[in-house]
Design a protein around this ligand. Structure first.
Ligand code: OGA
Ligand code: MN
Length: 291
């Protein structure tokens, strides 16, 4: 395998591997080590199907159930191990402008870390481009190690031991979407996460930010949200951001412990964008891991 950096601080393009077939343990270990180092890997020209994508992700942990949406089981286009990041309903039609599922999914345009709203959040996400629009629909990624390192020492000391609360209700609220059923409110009840994490393999610290954050323990809410905004603004300065322009067949895998990402705008009521994500869980809640 060849690894070619795609950005000055993180990310690499990987060639010399075919993700349609089973990886050897040595190949899986090489990719895992590269994930810890680069935090994001781009695998171009990998036209794989859902089963192959799931098998690829399983090399790195337990597949997460795709429960982070408001689709009912009967409305799903894909199975529970595939997160549907498309703009399509079960019949393959693009969502209408005022469709509740579309409005909920627009939350992906806010900077986030996948499943930070789950007690045990996501480790690696792998997103595969099965259909892309003629323009727009890039994905941006930001390196939370570089962002942490660049904080002034006084800010590092301020945030190092903070505990945050994450929920899908908080991130959707930022876009003015607040119509949740009682069942959804229970399903999306806030979870606690560390604000600063350490990568056990590399020892590097990361700032664990996400638009799902709605509270910092021990702080009045407006003060907490103003601080989180400030930190997100700092962490997403252009020098920490890689923009991925999709080509059909790309697979991008990122480490949610070390990066944030967001979707960019496209004509989602007129063009099809079929992206499918497999996600592996972290080994434990962030608070159960070493600071
Ligand atoms: C995701 C996600 C962004 C995009 O797959 O988790 O946030 O550009 N995707 O679709
Ligand atoms: Mn995401």
């Amino acid at each position: 395998m060849q690894f070619t950096p795609v950005h000055p601080v993180f990310g690499a393009r990987v060639t010399g591997v075919d993700l349609r077939r089973a990886l050897t343990p040595a190949e899986a270990a090489e990719i895992d080590a590269a994930m810890n180092e680069y935090a994001l890997l781009v695998f171009p020209n990998q036209m794989i199907d859902d089963e192959q994508q799931k098998a690829f992700s399983r090399n790195f942990g337990t597949l997460e159930q795709a429960t982070g949406n408001i689709q009912t089981a009967a409305e799903r286009r894909l199975d529970m191990e595939m997160a549907d990041i498309s703009n399509l309903d079960q019949a393959g039609q693009v969502f209408a402008r005022d469709d509740r599922r579309r409005m909920f999914n627009l939350g992906n345009m806010l900077w986030h870390s996948d499943s930070s709203f789950k007690a045990t959040p996501a480790k690696y996400s792998a997103l595969s481009a099965r259909a892309i629009p003629s323009s727009g629909g890039d994905t941006e990624f930001a390196d939370m190690r570089a962002a942490y390192d660049a904080l002034p020492d006084s800010d590092k000391a301020l945030v190092d031991d903070m505990v945050t609360h994450h929920s899908l209700i908080y991130s959707r609220g930022l876009l003015g979407f607040g119509e949740f059923t009682d069942d959804e409110k229970l399903k999306f009840a806030p979870v606690r996460q560390r604000l600063v994490r350490r990568n056990a393999m590399t020892g590097r610290r990361t700032i664990y930010l996400s638009s799902h954050i709605g509270e910092i323990e021990g702080m009045p809410r407006p003060e907490a949200m103003a601080l989180i905004r400030d930190l997100v603004e700092h962490a997403t300065q252009r020098q920490f951001v890689y923009t991925h322009k999709w080509t059909l067949g790309d697979i991008v895998m990122w480490d949610n412990r070390q990066t944030m990402h967001r979707a960019r705008r496209y004509n989602d009521t007129g063009e099809v964008r079929d992206m499918r994500r497999t996600t592996v869980e972290d080994v434990a809640p962030s608070l159960a891991q070493a600071a």
